[in-house]
Write a new protein. Structure first.
Lengths: 585, 188
């Protein structure tokens, strides 16, 4: 496919970028330098080359002069390389014969105080890029087939929603859940906040919908053991607990929805956690409030089974606490504490609930009103301050805290204490992340590709994130992210093939000695020794064209397309022998 | 604060002051604008919070409730429609009724002298009010020069002007209840 002929009808297009470039670089002098350059048929400038008239100028010149290569001297290639390549392609020029000479970020902006030097440097940069384009091959992007089946890891509400959305579009889904039952954390909850709707009922609706989808295969008591491959074509190995047999499956996209844990109570000894039976976590309180829970939904003390009168809720138990390595806010506790306090007060009219808090964070629709109603309707007493110590005294649990609003020390003889322990990643989240080759943050939550612009993708193409595995989230937020992740999967599945950039590595079989130095050098695991021939092969789908293999290869057998040693040497030569290069052919 | 808390206190104060005390979320706008907060032992936002917490004794014996001048800036600005000035009024009445040790005795005696004077004449007669206040507070010698200047400037009429229909003032005092009258006395 690559044309062997060198480009010999080259066009140079110099952009002013308003005054960004032209204010520093002397454009007429630059154009003059290439007036008689060999094989440069056209040297033109324009105010904004990326504008439609600028692009139209390039297209016209390609056609008129039958150009077979162009150099656009303008901004960084990360800005507009794709724009100019598309434009050239529409005029019939191979897009890989379009190169950018960066004379803005690397010239005019950094040398604004020395216009003469900037002009000289612009000329040299352009001169090297003309050499590069001379040797550029006319490449064609290639395509890879997409396996249109998804893997969803985690059968909580996030995984269920993602699986449902993908299945409803007609694609098969493999839903892998570690526990024996689907439902995750939502199955452990009582009423949900804002309207006290039963979490169990809401979950049951989703599970009914899930069972009605023949596209979804549920694998419970199973875990992902390893993952190979790349976007559109992963191979996953799934092990069922207690069985030696490992199931292998091909999938094109993956949604990670493994949920969260709570910070272990025993890490909070000053709160009597673990030692005092009537100090419990928020999830244990959910079990007491759940109609299908062990107490039938009645709040009873774990120690003696009696209903408590005075219940103290402690928010930020571990959260917003850099000393416990959790400087972040767990986000859901303000709301579920208000909900638990209200549910308790509703079932115990003579009971009293206290909430210790640092701040109340109740953003969004109806949330602030919900917390305010806890104070006004259920008379929950909110005390602003942290609890310093919780200990047992007879059948009471004594809580020492502060109320910074009245400036007082507070002592409450409670019957039950509920700690809103911090939301933390699953203990083995980092292991899974490594197996999937996706990143985690400092705490172990899965990392999104960009905190603002790409919040549901991981940095690994084809792997998406949903729910609290990526960071603390409540149910509606989790469902939003799950549906968004499913939309990403479906957009991938809307194609049968993926287009891959051809500017990647290849191995010259004549030169390769199969020393395999390049195999560990590749950061993308794209290289593998050939099963029987004495050479190393490149997995074109995994290769990102970084060039590590080319650098490490002693025989120069490993090469990057359109970044060959000949090209680079020609670019260097032209710098050290400018007169010769200009006299040229 | 000690548990269990006394919600009845908040209910009583809310009822007597007519203020929705439970709605306070402690933004402290009332305190930021209060002209007398700087001399209060508890500022207006703390007063509301302490009512919620049932801090009866601390509040009724505080001087803050007497430092309030009732300008109602707090109530004008409160996003939840709470007038702390009116809460202070209710707390002052309760302090007087319950005979607690008053946190600002001189101000309390001034209130008494003012109300007695009003009851007697239907409007304030400064000289008799000042005499009663000085006897009550036993602060006999302060501000004598100011009094002399006011007399010379004819700002202090020697005789009281009694209003017509004094019985209506009497009815007002009756309606306001016993605590507005001379008895029982707050202990100092």
């Amino acid at each position: 496919m690559p044309a062997k002929t060198k480009a010999h009808r080259i066009g140079l297009f110099v952009c002013h970028c308003g005054l960004n470039i032209a204010g520093t670089v002397d454009i007429p002098q630059v154009l003059d330098a290439f007036k008689d350059a060999p094989a440069v048929l056209v040297a033109l400038d324009y105010k904004y080359m990326c504008s439609e008239p600028g692009q139209e100028l390039i297209r016209r010149k390609i056609a008129e002069e039958k150009l077979d290569g162009i150099v656009v001297a303008a901004c960084s290639p990360t800005m507009h390389e794709a724009t100019f390549r598309r434009n050239a392609e529409s005029a019939g020029l191979n897009p890989y014969r379009v190169e950018i000479a960066n004379i803005r970020e690397q010239v005019s902006w950094v040398h604004a105080k020395d216009p003469d030097a900037a002009t000289r440097k612009a000329i040299e940069v352009i001169r090297t890029i003309i050499e590069k384009v001379r040797y550029d091959e006319e490449l064609l992007p290639f395509t890879l087939p997409v396996v249109r089946r998804a893997l969803v890891i985690g059968g909580g509400i996030a995984g269920i929603q993602a699986a449902l959305d993908i299945a409803e579009a007609g694609f098969p889904v493999l839903l892998v859940e570690r526990e024996a039952q689907l439902g995750g954390r939502m199955a452990q909850l009582s009423g949900t906040y804002l309207n006290f709707e039963s979490a169990g009922d809401l979950l049951a609706q989703k599970l009914d919908a899930l069972r009605a989808r023949p596209e979804i295969t549920v694998l419970t008591e199973s875990e992902v053991e390893s993952l190979n491959g790349y976007v559109g074509n992963f191979t996953v190995r799934i092990r069922r607990r207690g069985e030696d047999q490992v199931q292998e499956a091909s999938v094109g996209a993956i949604v990670v929805a493994t949920g969260f844990d709570l910070y272990p109570m025993k890490q909070l000894p000053e709160y009597g956690a673990g030692a005092v039976p009537d100090v419990i976590s928020g999830l244990e309180m959910e079990a007491l409030l759940r109609p299908d829970g062990p107490t039938g939904g009645r709040v009873l003390r774990p120690s003696d089974g009696r209903p408590p009168k005075e219940v103290v809720f402690v928010q930020c138990a571990g959260s917003r606490d850099p000393e416990h390595a959790m400087p972040y806010c767990s986000k859901i506790c303000c709301m579920y504490t208000a909900k638990q306090a209200r549910l308790f007060c509703r079932q115990s009219p003579d009971g009293q609930a206290y909430v210790f808090y640092i701040d109340i964070r109740s953003g969004g629709k109806g949330a602030e009103e919900f917390v305010q109603a806890a104070m006004e309707e259920e008379r929950v007493l909110y005390l602003r301050g942290k609890v310093s110590k919780i200990f047992r005294d007879g059948d009471k649990v004594i809580v020492w805290g502060a109320d910074t609003l009245s400036g007082q020390q507070v002592e409450i003889a409670a019957d039950l204490v509920v700690l809103a322990t911090a939301v933390v990643p699953r203990a083995d989240a980092r292991d899974l992340a490594q197996r999937l080759r996706v990143g985690t943050d400092a705490h172990g939550f899965f990392n999104e590709a960009h905190p603002k612009l790409r919040p549901v993708e991981s940095l690994t193409a084809g792997i998406y994130l949903a729910g609290a595995a990526q960071g603390p989230k409540d149910i509606p937020e989790t469902l939003s992210q799950a549906s968004a992740a499913a939309a990403k999967v479906l957009s991938l599945f809307s194609r049968h093939e993926l287009v891959q950039e051809p500017t990647i590595a290849w191995v010259d079989p004549e030169l390769c000695s199969a020393c395999q130095l390049c195999v560990p050098a590749c950061p993308y695991e794209a290289r593998r020794p050939h099963p029987w021939k004495p050479l190393v092969t490149v997995n074109a789908a995994l290769c990102q064209g970084c060039g590590a293999c080319a650098t490490v290869c002693p025989n120069k057998a490993s090469k990057l397309r359109n970044y060959t040693p000949e090209q680079v040497l020609a670019m260097v030569d032209v710098l050290f022998a400018p007169a010769k290069a200009q006299e040229g052919a | 604060m000690s548990s269990p808390i006394d919600w009845r206190f908040m209910d009583i104060v809310a009822e007597r002051s007519g203020q929705p005390i439970a709605t306070c979320y402690q933004c402290r706008k009332c305190t930021a604008g209060c002209p007398t907060a700087f001399v209060m032992d508890y500022d207006p936002a703390q007063i509301v919070h302490m009512v919620q917490m049932g801090e009866r004794r601390a509040l009724l014996s505080s001087q803050a409730i007497w430092m309030c001048v009732g300008c109602e800036t707090c109530g004008t600005r409160c996003p939840n429609g709470i007038c702390v000035g009116r809460i202070n009024d209710a707390l002052r009445q309760m302090a007087a009724e319950e005979g607690v040790r008053v946190g600002a005795p001189a101000i309390y005696q001034f209130h008494r002298a003012f109300l007695n004077n009003l009851r007697r004449f239907g409007r304030v007669h400064e000289i008799t009010m000042i005499v009663e206040y000085k006897l009550r507070s036993l602060d006999l010698l302060s501000n004598l020069d100011l009094g002399a200047r006011l007399l010379l400037a004819r700002k202090l009429p020697p005789l009281p002007q009694v209003i017509r229909r004094r019985q209506e003032i009497a009815r007002l005092f009756e309606a306001a209840g016993a605590h507005a009258a001379e008895t029982p006395e707050g202990r100092e």
